[in-house]
Design a protein around this ligand. Structure first.
Ligand SMILES: Nc1ncnc2c1ncn2[C@@H]1O[C@H](COP(=O)(O)OP(=O)(O)OP(=O)(O)O)[C@@H](O)[C@H]1O
Ligand SMILES: [Mg+2]
Length: 307
């Protein structure tokens, strides 16, 4: 019998299908994963592979077409989100204090306590208490992202989804925001789902990483295992297309160039979704779907030729 460890968030066989004019768009097509309390789960994959759709199901914003999401006993509050664009996600007509206090107002906290809490949150994210009456346009991109993070933290959530939280920021600011997220995780035992195109940032911040392709997880492992012992041909291609600063890894990495474009997720056949671009594809790849199997402790891979 399979013993399920207590996870903070768990998705089982999650599918999200959309009806579109050309047929059925399978944005997420049978994903099972769990995120443990206090960990950062990094989610990577090309644009359109279903990352945002997956977390929307995990956060309860989408009702899955199929599959279930469950939360562990220590889960409390609502999942909170930190988005890519700190410019459009903050209401320009509200003051910083009003923005950060909004979740507290919904929760019924009185005005005096809200003010105290906002002051505390501003200091947690490295802003000054006299910023409380200013408007978002008076701040830099990095400061606006700090405001967004303060708002996400306001109601003391357990689970925070960061969807490309730094990609709109100057490189010089990115590390500051990442380090702050790291500190906050340690202080409050936060659990993050961290979505990013930036593979070296994902490596830096994540404990475990899942690699998505056309609505499925192709490979998942502890971060060091994934980056040092990359198994799936798609992950290899994805990693070799991006510069990885670690020279040991760079030297051991053969460059794999992906042929062709990502196929559309409309009417995807049930077999291996990567086979049209895979350098190793054989008949079996067009005949049966490779399940995501554990091929080494904690390392799962969905390829007929691995493990
Ligand atoms: N509400 C919707 N109706 C129809 N199709 C959708 C809907 N939401 C997402 N899709 C499609 O589902 C697929 C996955 O989209 P999703 O936004 O989850 O990808 P993503 O990995 O987050 O991409 P990106 O990195 O660009 O943010 C895409 O083909 C997208 O066009
Ligand atoms: Mg997205």
């Amino acid at each position: 019998m399979e013993v399920l460890m207590e996870a903070l968030v768990r998705g089982q066989n999650l599918k999200m299908y959309f009806r579109v004019s050309g047929g059925t768009l399978k944005a997420v097509d049978g994903v099972s994963l769990h995120i443990d309390e206090g960990e950062t789960y990094g989610l990577v994959g090309e644009s359109g592979c279903g990352k945002s759709t997956l977390w929307r199901m995990l956060a309860g914003l989408y009702k899955p077409t199929e599959g279930i999401v469950t939360y562990g006993e220590s889960f409390k509050g609502r999942p909170q989100m930190v988005f890519q664009d700190p410019y459009s996600s903050l209401n320009p007509r509200m003051t910083v204090g009003e923005i950060i206090a909004e979740p507290l107002r919904y929760a019924g906290m009185d005005k005096a306590r809200r003010r105290d809490r906002v002051t505390e949150l501003l200091s947690l994210v490295g802003l000054k208490s006299d910023h409380i009456n200013r408007y978002p346009h008076e701040f830099s991109g990095g400061q606006r992202q700090r405001i967004g993070i303060a708002r996400a933290l306001a109601a003391s959530p357990k689970f925070i989804v960061c969807d490309e939280p730094i990609s709109a920021l100057d490189v010089s600011i990115q590390a500051q925001v990442i380090n702050m997220l790291d500190d906050l995780q340690g202080k409050f035992g936060l659990t993050y789902l961290f979505v990013s195109h930036d593979l070296s940032m994902v490596r830096h911040i994540s404990h475990r990483v899942g690699v998505m392709y056309l609505g499925r997880i192709m490979e998942e492992a502890d971060v060091d295992d994934l980056y040092r012992e990359t198994l799936h041909p798609y992950t290899k291609a994805l990693f070799s297309a991006a510069p990885i600063p670690d020279p040991d890894i760079a030297a051991s990495m053969k460059r794999v160039i992906l042929q062709g474009d990502v196929p559309t997720p409309i009417n995807t056949p049930p077999e291996c979704p990567f086979r049209s671009r895979c350098p190793n594809a054989e008949e079996i790849c067009a005949a049966t779907r490779p399940e995501l199997r554990e091929v080494a402790p904690g390392h799962r891979c969905a390829c007929h030729f691995v493990g």
